[in-house]
Design a protein around this ligand. Structure first.
Ligand code: ATP
Length: 369
């Protein structure tokens, strides 16, 4: 395990005037580079050859330099890490970074300083741990059924890993569950191990919100102890469930043999009625508070994925403990960040801003691990 002391030692040797913000070219990388550049940082992208063109196409968001890899796991190789350390790199983790490199690999082998608390990545990549975290935050969670025979309502069946909804299906009985699970296995969409470890969760019908929070240990919140900012909100566009109604004119989904799919393909902006905002903000606060006793506390961006029911109750089903791709909607800020910052403030830029404050106040150790 890479210790906090080890990382602090590395950062203490860094030339603070020549820090480089780096990330893997995927997910929210353009936004991260764009924001870091706005904050005056040098930027570095790690990309596979097929991604080079895209990341060289947007002058205001293209990284100052690109390091090519064939496979993202190469970032774990000591020689590669050495290259990053030489450039005083602070790595910004995002969903694809965690998925491609692996939370435990990052924890055990990646000795490059990262923005935020790397302990949070191990928590967010385990469904069981996320559930424990949500419950500890006194936020409502959908019911879960240990065995398909217990299914007594519409359920969503989920598989592990941040794979953006791949293979998920809806079911409402044990018989249907067995049939659909066999189909997924036969089609090779999921592995046997994934099927054995599937989560059967009550499907909450309502509107989904994905609020983007940011915890700053350096700013003073209302209680004087760090500040929780709600910078923006999105809603995911998942294929094909988002537009499935368009084929329903031709018959029922069953007749047409169409299964809803929850694979994420994009994001759309959404506002929340103002009377619900206090609770959404409070959920962000409680999730941050409980993270302190669970693993030392989340730092920087995070998101609580939730559904609002017709009774206006909010259920949380997932936490992302790092920047989420829905923030890509707001490179110049959002309808919420505009009330907090005089200048355009994306989550990517907010990360750069926090690092700048950390340098100025000599408190980088509170932001990096
Ligand atoms: P990611 O890591 O990319 O967030 P994931 O594999 O962890 O994805 P979830 O975020 O839990 O999966 O779920 C994917 C999608 O499935 C959600 O965005 C949502 O649309 C739907 N979903 C998940 N759980 C529920 C639920 N309990 N009720 C209603 N919809 C749900």
């Amino acid at each position: 395990m890479i210790s906090r002391e080890e990382i602090n030692k590395v950062v203490s040797k860094y030339d603070k005037k020549k820090l480089t913000i780096a990330t893997i070219c995927s997910h929210s990388a353009l936004q991260i580079f764009h924001g870091a550049k706005m904050e005056g940082f040098r930027t570095l992208g790690i990309c596979t050859p097929d991604r080079r063109e895209l990341y060289e196409s947007y002058p205001l968001a293209s990284p100052d330099s690109l390091l090519e890899v064939e496979n993202y796991k190469e970032v774990l190789e000591p020689e590669f890490q050495e290259k990053l350390l030489k450039q005083n790199v602070i790595m910004v983790p995002h969903g694809s970074f965690v998925e491609y490199v692996g939370a435990s690999n990052i924890h055990e082998k990646f000795s490059v300083p990262m923005f935020g608390n790397r302990e949070s990545l191990g928590w967010e990549s385990s469904r069981k741990k996320v559930r424990e975290w949500i419950k500890k935050s006194s936020v409502k969670v959908p019911r879960e059924f240990r065995h398909p025979s217990e299914i007594e309502t519409v359920c969503i069946v989920k598989f592990s890993g941040a794979k953006g909804g791949r293979g998920f299906f809806l079911t409402s009985s044990e018989k249907d569950y067995e049939k659909k699970m066999k189909m997924k296995l036969d089609e090779g969409v999921i592995t046997k191990t994934e099927s054995e470890n599937a989560t059967i969760q009550e499907f909450i019908n309502g509107v989904r919100y994905y609020p983007h929070y940011f915890y700053s240990p350096l700013m003073k919140g209302r209680d004087g102890n760090g500040r929780i900012e709600m910078l923006s909100i999105d809603r995911r566009m998942e294929s094909n469930v988002e537009e499935i109604y368009r084929v329903m004119a031709a018959g029922t989904l069953q007749e047409l043999n169409i299964n809803p799919s929850y694979v994420v393909t994009g994001n759309a902006p959404i506002t929340i009625r103002e009377s619900l905002l206090p609770e959404v903000l409070n959920i962000g606060k409680r999730v941050r508070e409980s993270s302190v006793s669970l693993f030392g506390g989340i730092v920087g961006p995070y998101c609580v994925e939730m559904v609002c029911t017709p009774e206006l109750e909010l259920y949380a089903f997932e936490i992302s403990a790092r920047i989420v791709a829905g923030t890509n909607l707001y490179p110049l800020g959002s309808f919420l960040s505009a009330y907090m910052f005089k200048e355009p403030m994306s989550t990517g830029r907010r990360i750069g801003r926090e690092i700048n404050i950390g340098i100025k106040e000599k408190k980088l150790d509170l932001l990096i691990y």
